[in-house]
Design a protein around this ligand. Sequence first.
Ligand code: FAD
Length: 438
Amino acid sequence: MDSQTWQNWARCADARPTRYATPSTVTELSTEIGRAAAEGLQVKCVGAGHSFTPIAATDGVMISLDNLQGIESVVPTTEPSGALVTVFAGTRLHALNPALWDLGLAMANLGDIDAQSIAGAISTGTHGTGARFGGIAHQVRALQLVLADGTVVDCSDEENPELFHAARIGLGAIGVIAKVTLQCVDAFLMRAVEAPGLLSETLAGLDEHVAGTDHFEFYWFPHTDRVLTKHNTRLPADRAVDPVHPVRAFVEDELLSNVLFDGINRVATAIPSAIPSINGFTARALSRREYVNRSFEVFASPRRVRFREMEYAVPAEAVSDTLREIDRWLNKSDVTVAFPVEVRFAAADDVWMSTANGRDTAYIAVHQYHRRDHREYFDAVEAIARGVDGRPHWGKLHSRTADDLRPSYRHFDAFVSVRDKYDPARLFDNAYLRQVLG
Ligand SMILES: Cc1cc2nc3c(=O)[nH]c(=O)nc-3n(C[C@H](O)[C@H](O)[C@H](O)COP(=O)(O)OP(=O)(O)OC[C@H]3O[C@@H](n4cnc5c(N)ncnc54)[C@H](O)[C@@H]3O)c2cc1C
């Protein structure tokens, strides 16, 4: 954000807010919302701007909770063993994770980066992988919200439950989250085993990989039959860590995954026809590695190459056919893609607007370098995913609208009624919400 213009991380959404506010207490946040309403301005809260959609954009008042960060309280729990941790909504995951570790605690599951704010992450349904685990919103036990009329309200399964069900993945449409109470678990390590493999073999043994590993995912290199699999297994925190050697980590995670990968994408942008050979070469160059580290350091890695992303949640049993269909489409189209397709898994959950609501889920994420046109590729994958009732990630690119999303979500109308009740004048509205909620 400069003094006038806000842009998201991927540089595909921007806004020129009338005012930018950075409250440092819940009272100041409430005052700011009341003031905007009195002036007839709309309000959006922004986290780290890591959504690819313009879900956080506004020409009204843009509120950042960067001054409302940190852990407020920790209440130990026995079932599960861990603690209820209340954090201010602007807290960034990269600050929260080490702070939890120092308390002997951890988030049960995380996505693949840690730049997001906790409120931004839960508001769009941010998830990681693991067939027995839900996304970040699934770990939320209570919220404190500032509503459109400026009132401060607590909600949970027991207190204002309908508000809680809607606001856990609230798309920024229900109210501004001031505090989040998370069910954290005891700190744990993870053993990561990363290995090259074949897509055909990985799909043939998929049930075993997914059910037999705490957190399984794989990256498929388009135009090839090659994948990189990642099996992450949870270990007690008192085991010795055995991280990747710092030199190897620098070469593989920084040079190869970021610096060289950016170079490859620049070449690929100039000579797209070279991409299938480059992908084959890159995938063959990968080697097996195994390491043990603190859970949050295994879940997240740095992403410095800028890209555009679309991600579809499909019923878990449809993932293989969907990937084969994407492969068939790529084989007959002129589109070339240097970015691997990321495939992850999650347990069915009960969060109203969760992409995993009511069904065991596989996530298929497609990416395109930010200097290349992503539209033909994403449109084709979207059409394929829609054929199996795929649900788009709320924070990643897609072209769906309220009318065609409604049948995919059992609680869509309940969500809209909660929004009508608590934000009748649409203080928190923007163009993206008009597209997806009507
Ligand atoms: C490189 C990269 C990697 C990613 N990896 C993953 C991944 O592994 N898994 C995954 O699921 N997603 C992933 N994402 C998507 C990302 O997690 C989501 O888009 C997330 O919402 C971004 O969080 P943020 O803090 O940047 O929120 P923003 O993008 O700033 O905001 C998102 C939404 O949250 C709302 N919001 C923010 N703060 C509040 C608040 N206090 N109260 C109410 N509403 C609020 C905003 O208004 C907006 O509607 C990735 C994105 C990028 C760029």
